[in-house]
Design a protein around this ligand. Sequence first.
Ligand SMILES: Cc1cc2nc3c(=O)[nH]c(=O)nc-3n(C[C@H](O)[C@H](O)[C@H](O)COP(=O)(O)OP(=O)(O)OC[C@H]3O[C@@H](n4cnc5c(N)ncnc54)[C@H](O)[C@@H]3O)c2cc1C
Length: 598
Amino acid sequence: MTTKVWAIRAAEVDRGGSAVSSQELSKYLNREYVEMREAILEYLKHDLFKPKYDLSFYEFRDLTQERLKHLAKGNFISCFDHINNPGRFFAGMEALTYVDYSITIKCGVHYTLAGGAIALLGTRKHHNKYLPLLDSGKLPGCFAMTELGHGSNVMGIETTAVYDHARKSFVLNTGSDLASKVWIGGASQYGRLCTVFAQLTVGGDYKGVHVFVMRIRDDEGKLCKGVRIEEMGHKMGMNGVDNGRIWFNNVVLDRDSLLDRYASIDEQGIYHSPIKSIPARFGAMVGALSTGRVCIAQSAVDACKLGLTIACRYSSDRPQFGKRKIGSYLTHKRRLAPGVAQTYALHLIMIQLKGLVNDRHDPKKIHNLSSGLKAAATWTRVDVLQKCRECCGGMGLLSENQIGGMIVDMNVDVTFEGDNTVLMQQVVKGILTKGITKPEPIQVRNYSTEELLQALKYREDVLKYRLLQLGDLDANQDTCVDLGWAYADYLTAENFFKEVQRAPPALRDTLEELAVLFALEKMERNAVFYVCDGVIDADGLEKLRQRVNDQCNVVSGADGEHLNILCEGFGIPEHLITAPIAKGWRDFHTSPEIGAKM
Ligand SMILES: Cc1cc2nc3c(=O)[nH]c(=O)nc-3n(C[C@H](O)[C@H](O)[C@H](O)COP(=O)(O)OP(=O)(O)OC[C@H]3O[C@@H](n4cnc5c(N)ncnc54)[C@H](O)[C@@H]3O)c2cc1C
């Protein structure tokens, strides 16, 4: 296949007097850990990371395991960064989504979940013993929280850990099948170390959920005494990760197996914790693990970047019905331009969220924001990638064109690291404070920046007030999810408009066009609310439709060519954009590796 170097790379286009450079956009978006990011992207040029579409179930798992080992050799990702430099940890993980979601999650389970639990819930003895082995990839790690009977309700898990002071050990038991650990990434084949969530009892007193670190396989890969593991099964996607199911039968763990940052047992067998209440202690432990949620949200944003880059290139280059490019159709602009705006908006607010985690900001604020943004980013990804796929017509179906693979592989991101619907309810519990007064009615007339922000904030405030009046959150879960969205939308839009002011002058017009489109589209999505609450009337609704159309035209350019510049701004290197339709679809041929077998 001849590969056409994308003509528009680093181009400058005239946008009504102001030129915008994709390089400048990229510099602005990718302003953190620049050298490290470039080094990882370069490292991913290795043959091992080239896409493979004809592998069997087990071959794909082996490849994913080899990829993890090779990444470990590069020394980019370190579990110590959870403690010393979370920002660097995020940067290390970020580029992986462009390769494939299995390696992203394989690393997520190993470095983020297993490594993160040991780093953030354990103490120095755990760090010294395990983190170097995790960093080097020599001790593959798992994270066993979910049980067959208890998914979203982690506090309800049934695995038990009973402290036996005579042996200075814990005895771990699964009990019933409902307490078996399910979906555990890495457990089925390669995992050797596991962080396990269990209900702790000390001296007959129930102490709530605690986390333990243990070997599930020895150095030869043989299962440890009392551990039973079964294969989870073939999944709709992400089959490079070997998910498994685990049972524990009287597994004996020494006293140091308890990750004891929040609770410990002393030489005399006495339990100590600075946090007295069981729910508060549980909250502190899971709150410390928000890194995983942040990584999942960032991956969703990165998948949007790749999907949009491919779909926008193809759309601005493919004619249909004569010479007219499909990217020139309004319906194409309507499907792609808002996705680009959402991706910019989410990328920029993710920088803020990662900054809060890095600066060890208030854990409650981090929990609310990471939960709301994880749900918003992954649900946005579902929507954006589906639109990208449809905009590419039949070509969107080919695995080589990357979008379809991401759709199936990443479908799980709305479920793991907190099911989105459940997360949005947690957000609401976190942000509803007593004493919220009824918001003063507002009206939107011109859809100015000020009015748009006011409208998004108004929706959040009205929904908060409404829920407080209703009182019963359980009977009004639908409104809770709406409020979770309203909270995430307003914060994202507010931050985007602030970024417009912070950005170099040459980028401001372009970023403002995107920020306006982001806010307009959010209003349009929630038009029923705005009409029913009297913020706009029927004429205002029609005006809104026109404004969204106009803004999509402005942001896209005649054939959608402006969208290419904006996608170039995401800064994905050519070697990771492997989709043939992104390089010159006229030269399309079946991939040699698959074609040769026919
Ligand atoms: C591919 C994959 C990999 C995974 N990897 C791991 C891993 O490595 N380690 C690990 O510990 N876990 C892992 N998980 C488990 C994952 O975290 C759980 O699937 C997730 O927490 C949801 O739990 P569940 O599947 O039991 O769904 P449930 O909690 O049963 O939810 C099912 C549905 O019910 C709804 N629901 C549940 N409760 C409520 C409520 N209160 N209000 C309204 N609606 C509700 C949810 O919105 C959802 O739609 C993985 C899962 C998958 C699919």
